[in-house]
Design a protein around this ligand. Structure first.
Ligand code: ZN
Length: 336
């Protein structure tokens, strides 16, 4: 299926995306509903453009309960001076805007998970329409695509910037160079549980330099992780030549997710006891969490064991856990 057989996107920008200077507006998506017959979803967008140069597409709120990205990007849109820019910076601080407004991972309208909705559909549900607009209108404009994530309400991560292992090694090297410039405390060579439908995959298949993060979680943000987001974002813009100035490099520890064995899943419902804190070393076979039965006394807890040695990179966040939930993620440190 090629693009020109598809109908146009129903989304219309309220600003000229190609105009010079700073323009704040919306991506207007018609959405007829009980409380607004001819209403629209209004997704905030800002374009800062100054002459010829590369284009960066910056997004947060791909999942609506992750806050470092929106905090960094709403502020960047408010403060970035076009005189400092060479090229264009397209900022969409809350990509899945209905989810962001609801404070939920997925959209309250259609339950759509933005990061499982690509390439989207112009005639699909609201989340698919947003994905389609990124797929056909915004991604093709970009050289660099930066998508902020955090753990959301159910996961918590050590703060890292990440890119994927890719078949195109030149594309991969550019992405890892941008990750290194971000200078998060950790830098991850990332493996996905299921890459189908991801924004990441859509950008990478177009040959774009795609960089992402996981910065904390728990459905909130911390002072430290917001600082990391803002500091790293400016570094990536400098690294890409979009903003003048030297990258302010800080030490980062490279981590790897070498196989599916880095993920441990709960096999029972219950109350989770984390046995290791984020960033602490773990040995293969070590109990990293215990899941306690909540229905009766006298039941031994389920032990969740690390399938490899490394450090605890992510953990289940809420105190209660269900069978199938991701309980822990182990990453392997790269010695340098
Ligand atoms: Zn996310």
């Amino acid at each position: 299926m090629t693009d020109h057989h598809m109908r146009p996107s129903p989304i219309s920008p309220t600003i000229d995306l190609d105009a010079q200077g700073v323009h704040h507006g919306h991506l207007r998506l018609p959405y007829s509903r009980d409380d607004s017959a001819w209403g629209s979803v209004m997704i905030p967008i800002c374009v800062v453009r100054n002459g010829e140069g590369p284009t960066a597409l910056l997004t947060g709120g791909n999942h609506g309960d992750e806050y470092e990205g929106p905090l960094a990007l709403f502020e960047l849109a408010r403060t970035l001076d076009p005189k400092e820019v060479r090229g264009a910076v397209i900022i969409v601080p809350a990509m899945n805007y209905p989810a962001f407004r609801a404070g939920t991972r997925t959209s309250p309208i259609d339950k759509g998970n933005m990061n499982r909705s690509f390439p989207g559909r112009p005639d699909g549900a609201v989340t698919e329409k947003i994905a389609d607009y990124f797929q056909r209108e915004l991604l093709p404009r970009a050289d660099l695509v930066f998508d902020f994530h955090s753990g959301g309400r159910t996961l918590d991560f050590v703060p890292f910037c990440a890119a994927h292992i890719l078949p195109d090694k030149a594309q991969e090297a550019k992405a890892f160079a941008a990750v290194e410039a971000f200078s998060a405390p950790y830098s991850m060579k990332m493996l996905e549980i299921d890459a189908v439908g991801m924004y990441d995959t859509a950008a990478e298949e177009m040959g774009k330099v795609f960089v992402t993060t996981e910065l904390g979680g728990g459905g909130t943000s911390r002072a430290e992780t917001v600082r990391i987001a803002r500091f790293g974002l400016m570094n990536v813009l400098r690294h890409a030549g979009l903003v003048a100035g030297e990258v302010e490099r800080r030490p980062t520890r490279w981590l790897d997710m070498p196989s599916g064995d880095c993920f441990s899943f709960a096999e029972d419902d219950g109350m989770i006891e984390t046995m290791v804190d984020l960033g602490e070393p773990v040995e293969e076979g070590q109990v990293v969490a215990r899941i306690h039965a909540v229905g009766r006394t006298g039941v031994a807890p389920q032990e969740v064991r690390a399938k490899m040695s490394g450090l605890l990179a992510a953990r289940h966040f809420p105190g209660l856990v269900k069978a199938g939930d991701c309980a822990a993620v182990i990453a392997v440190g790269q010695e340098q």
